[in-house]
Design a protein. Structure first.
Length: 202
């Protein structure tokens, strides 16, 4: 039986304290294993680093999953960030946190696989909307300022004729594909370990 995160007993709290940093480290490693996808701009690469946060959330609640995302991006900022900005890490954190929160909350409300699938679907939609808006208004313009070149020049590098085209034909479909692939893999893993997840959360 799943519990509110504030009502977890002491052994479960200890499991939670140990699991969150361990899963964050796993997520950080997965984040480095980027897979380029055909037909998308080269800077868009698929990774499965949201998976550990999803399962932390399913076992210990959404806050635990969000903490995994926060620690993962903190590690990336400290060890991998080369431009000195928080743009990529902040966007990755918010997108991952939204996806995890919706997925876990829907699953807990319905307490079934159908609810989990609905959570994946809503999480994918929200992540796609957020990343599209963030790239249009913040990330692409910020990178143009950082590299001291017009946005148009960046778009030429991505072989796009406008920022809107980049969002419609690049950012949005990429995040839909990413959300679907992450959801499928997470669901397949969940089906295999569902009894263990329920036991660990007790």
């Amino acid at each position: 039986m799943q519990k509110n995160e504030l009502s977890l007993n002491q052994p479960t709290q200890m499991k939670r304290l140990v699991a969150i940093p361990v899963l964050a480290a796993v997520a950080f490693i997965l984040q480095a294993l980027e897979i380029p996808l055909p037909f998308f701009p080269t800077f868009l690469k698929l990774d499965f680093s949201t998976l550990p946060g999803i399962f932390a959330g399913l076992v210990f609640g959404p806050v635990a999953g969000i903490m995994v995302e926060l620690l993962k991006n903190g590690l990336h900022l400290l060890l991998k960030n080369t431009d000195g900005l928080l743009i990529g890490e902040l966007a990755n954190f918010i997108a991952g946190a939204c996806f995890i929160y919706l997925t876990v909350t829907m699953q807990r409300l319905g307490k079934g696989r159908g609810s989990l699938i609905a959570g994946f679907a809503l999480g994918t939609v929200l992540m796609t909307v957020f990343m599209s808006v963030a790239n249009y208004f913040v990330m692409i313009p910020a990178y143009a300022v950082l590299y001291q070149m017009p946005v148009e020049k960046l778009l030429e590098m991505f072989q796009m004729d406008s920022l809107w085209s980049l969002i419609v034909y690049g950012i949005a479909p990429f995040n839909i594909v990413k959300g679907v692939l992450v959801s499928i893999l997470a669901f397949l893993i969940y089906v295999k370990i569902e009894p263990r997840i329920k036991h660990m959360g007790e």
